[in-house]
Design a protein around this ligand. Structure first.
Ligand code: SF4
Length: 477
């Protein structure tokens, strides 16, 4: 996937002027939080579940190599093969190699954020394979040749009229009407069923990798993941190393947290645990089973201050509650992971230089942290990334000098008060001359879309001290 994170501001501007996108974002970011709130209201033990999931994940991250070893032993013991990919390119090469070795041409894919992260589709197509996404949202954006705009709803930026037109253009099915969502879903199902049967290799992601059994958990609402896993002769699971959990019980706890946070469901329509290739007495399943474990920067996160990001279960709740995502949508972020979690992950996985705007695309409202079932301190991580920007000289010199000057001034209260008393009349004058303010450096960018309110006649500290003095006077009387 082509990364445009460095153009976040330009991308956001386009999204803000997209009249079709804005009502869709508005509806989605109201519907999903409401569904989550309703599900949590019916689950009084949700906080305890969340605490359990967080403690369990922290424990796994502390002993990651032990659990990885246990998982690998069990997968191999059940006849599966495990591969380790240090980078996205390694994962693509390993998957292409497996496909080539099995003589396959047609690959079907269930939804996988890791596959998006490594641009697996493009790599496989370049290597000569035919790749078909089978999750309906992923299928739609694959046909439209667009990136996903949400981690659980990749095509939610498209209206039903756009999807109908896309199907009319792409499916060679003659004249017909696609007036409602039901008719579109029926058509997609009919087209995809044929292709499922032709798939020689199936690739899926994993919501959890279970160390004690070598199983993996797959959560979907369409059943496409199950068809992609069981129908083809070869099944490849691609997953980040952070997906490990110790036991089946832990996977179950994670499942309860995930479904409620993602879609407000008590459980997804399909949840399946798979363990290895088809056993001799199994009625179905793949003959070959591979797991490709991706690092791609995760070990570096494990050993640093951003470790808690590895708890992320990709539920999308932080996106749905973020006022920035709500206005600009997923494409503005320019890469696979949008919203608050993307603003942390993208700089960490792709480099701060090319994603320096993302940590600043935050109002510090804290809703993402409140909505995160894995209690990841997203606002704190965004602040840390801003610190990293300054420390690594990624932010512009004038910005760094301004911040350094403010930090110095905050150390001297008297100086701070003096600066406020000088700034107040100046800001008052500027608020009366908005045209002039738009021409000033730095402030001009801020004023382009806002009106500076006239400051109060006294500073907060001044008013506070006057109130205190008045109270003391009253007490003495
Ligand atoms: S950061 Fe938290 S809320 Fe956001 S996707 Fe990850 S687990 Fe969900």
């Amino acid at each position: 996937m082509h990364n445009t994170s460095e153009h976040f501001i330009a991308n956001a501007r386009i999204a803000l002027h997209n009249e079709q996108l804005q009502p869709v974002l508005n509806a989605v970011t109201q519907f999903l939080p409401a569904a989550r709130s309703a599900a949590l209201a019916e689950t009084p033990e949700f906080r305890a579940l969340s605490d359990y999931a967080v403690a369990m994940k922290d424990h796994v991250l502390e002993y990651l190599d032990d659990y990885l070893g246990e998982f690998v032993t069990h997968v191999r013991g059940r006849g599966g093969q495990v591969h380790h990919a240090a980078t996205g390119a390694d994962l693509n090469r390993i998957v292409a190699g497996i496909c080539r070795a099995t003589g396959a041409r047609r690959v079907i894919k269930g939804k996988s954020m890791v596959g998006e992260e490594t641009s697996l589709n493009e790599a496989l197509e370049t290597a000569g394979f035919e790749v078909l996404e089978t999750d309906l949202g992923e299928y739609i954006i694959q046909q439209a040749q667009e990136p996903p705009s949400h981690i659980i709803g990749p095509a939610l930026h498209k209206s039903k009229e756009q999807v109908a037109q896309l199907f009319l253009d792409k499916h060679d099915l003659g004249p017909r009407r696609l007036d409602d969502v039901r008719s579109m879903v029926s058509e997609a199902r009919a087209v995809l069923r044929e292709r499922f049967l032709e798939g020689e290799v199936g690739i899926t992601g994993a919501n959890a990798l279970v160390a004690e059994t070598g199983s993996f958990m797959l959560v979907t609402n369409e059943g496409n993941g199950d068809l992609s896993s069981t129908l083809p002769r070869v099944h490849i699971v691609i997953a980040g190393i952070e997906k490990l959990v110790p036991t089946l019980e832990d996977a179950s706890a994670l499942h309860r947290v995930l479904c409620r946070s993602a879609t407000g469901q008590a459980t997804s329509a399909y949840t399946t645990f798979y363990t290895g290739p088809r056993a001799p007495d199994d009625p179905d399943g793949p003959e070959e089973f591979h797991v490709v474990l991706l690092d791609n920067g995760r070990r570096e996160m494990l050993n640093g201050k951003y470790r808690s990001m590895l708890r992320c279960i990709r539920c999308g709740s932080c996106l749905n509650h973020c006022p920035i995502y709500r206005h600009v949508g997923g494409h503005a972020y320019g890469w696979v992971y949008p919203g608050p979690m993307g603003s942390v992950l993208t700089p960490l996985l792709t480099g701060l230089e090319g994603a320096k705007e993302l940590p600043n695309a935050c109002t510090a409202c804290g809703r993402c942290e409140e909505a995160c079932p894995m209690q990841i301190p997203l606002p704190e991580h965004l602040r840390q990334l801003r610190d990293d920007e300054r420390a690594q000289h990624v932010s512009p010199l004038i910005w760094r000098l301004g911040v350094a000057a403010m930090m110095w001034m905050f150390r001297y209260p008297a100086l701070y008060r003096l600066a406020c008393s000088l700034a107040r009349p100046l800001l008052g004058w500027l608020s009366a001359h908005p045209g002039l303010m738009k021409k000033l450096p730095i402030l001009g960018g801020w004023a382009a879309g806002r009106t500076l309110p006239a400051p109060q006649s006294h500073t907060f500290l001044g008013q506070w001290q006057r109130q205190l003095a008045a109270r003391e006077q009253d007490t003495r009387l």
